[in-house]
Design a protein around this ligand. Structure first.
Ligand code: NDP
Ligand code: RET
Length: 318
């Protein structure tokens, strides 16, 4: 047990794989045993990978509970089963991606993305926040994305769901500050997880009915290869994101926004440098349709300029 204080109870959503799994394990393995991690997932049959990675912390500093962020009932039951409903740190990590031309995506698929990424996060916050406000203590972490700050072509609906989260959190943070409850957004760029694999598998089997031939060609032959290139050249690991998240939790003055990948600083800088929006639209157009395979090199140059001239800061895993 941590000396000089109680263990902090941390509840994390979406721990069956990827970033959630890594955050759960990193916190459970904390040398000073400062955390009791409640790792949740919607289907406990998927627990093996987490249990294996948790090793001897399983049953000690890490316990497992079932939680589906899309179900009021599941969320309520899970939080009710936590001792005194006391959660010090809530990590909203569960999320799904959606990629492709909008013309070929059904409204139901789009709603599922919002139901998970946006309403799932809101549902969790609604359930946990009142107790935090009463105690005048707590920290809510939300796994947003660089796509919560800047739209990326063919990620239209996923981007919109993360923008919705950013708007919600920007508004909430002000009220929460009055109750001494902290709120922090983590904004990763591409991360090598099943998120990437799941989307690429979808792309391989989809035929994109409803979208015209040119659009499908731009998507499959221009965007997908560029995106693979970007993932390979600039992608972070889920461990990197877990370390960044731990830093945010342990900071005495946690930042509200935390971009994890400095290669994405130009994307955000461009947005605020030109209020007409033209700079961003035309730069992305050129990067995608004119720079092709040189895209990640161009991005690295842009990053150096932005970081040195504008002194934009990201959070680093080390
Ligand atoms: N990978 C990336 O490039 C980036 C990811 N992110 C964000 O990070 C977060 C984690 O994604 P990542 O680890 O990459 O992807 P993974 O697909 O590896 O993990 C997503 C997790 O969310 C869970 N999940 C999905 N729907 C629900 C639900 N209804 N209730 C509870 N859990 C659910 C999945 O569970 P199940 O196994 O049951 O499906 C899984 O555990 C997401 O919010 C994503 O948007 C942000 C920036 C970049
Ligand atoms: C193709 C392309 C881009 C690709 C960005 C990608 C692929 C970002 C992925 C982010 C992820 C996966 C976030 C998850 O939340 C840029 C750099 C905007 C430049 C314009 C063209």
């Amino acid at each position: 047990m941590a000396s000089g204080g109680e263990q902090k109870v941390v509840l994390i959503t979406g721990c069956s794989s990827g970033i959630g799994l890594r955050i759960a394990v990193l916190l459970a393995r904390d040398e000073l045993k400062r955390y009791h991690v409640i790792a949740t997932m919607r289907d406990l049959r998927k627990k093996d990978r987490l249990v294996e990675a948790a090793g001897d912390t399983y049953g000690q500093t890490l316990t497992l509970l079932s939680l589906d962020v899309c179900s009021d009932d599941s969320v309520r039951k899970c939080i009710d089963s936590v001792k005194d409903r006391h959660i010090d740190i809530l990590i909203n990590n569960a999320g799904v991606g959606l990629l492709g031309p909008v013309e070929s995506i059904s409204m139901d698929e789009m709603k599922k993305v919002f139901e998970t990424n946006f309403f799932g996060t809101v549902r969790m916050i609604k359930e946990v926040m009142p107790d935090m406000k009463k105690r005048r203590a707590g920290h809510i972490i939300v796994m947003s994305s660089v796509m919560g700050l800047q739209g990326v072509v063919f990620n239209d609906v996923y981007t919109a769901s993360k923008f919705a989260i950013e708007g919600f959190c920007e508004s909430m943070a002000v009220q929460l500050l009055k109750f001494n409850v902290k709120l922090s957004l983590i904004e990763p760029g591409p991360v090598h997880t099943e998120f990437e694999t799941k989307m690429m598998e979808e792309v391989a089997k989809m035929e994109y009915p409803g979208a015209d031939a040119d659009t499908v060609r731009y998507f499959k032959d221009v965007y997908i290869p560029s995106s693979i290139d970007i993932f390979e050249a600039l992608g972070q690991t889920p461990e990197d994101i877990a370390k960044c998240t731990k830093k945010v939790i342990e900071s005495s003055r946690p930042r509200f926004r935390n971009l994890t990948n400095s290669l994405y600083t130009p994307i955000v800088a461009m947005k605020y440098a030109d209020e007409s929006g033209g700079l961003s639209v035309h730069t992305f157009y050129n990067l995608l349709f004119n720079f092709g395979s040189l895209m990640h090199i161009t991005m690295s140059i842009l990053k150096c300029l932005t970081c040195s001239c504008l002194r934009r800061r990201t959070i680093s895993p080390d």
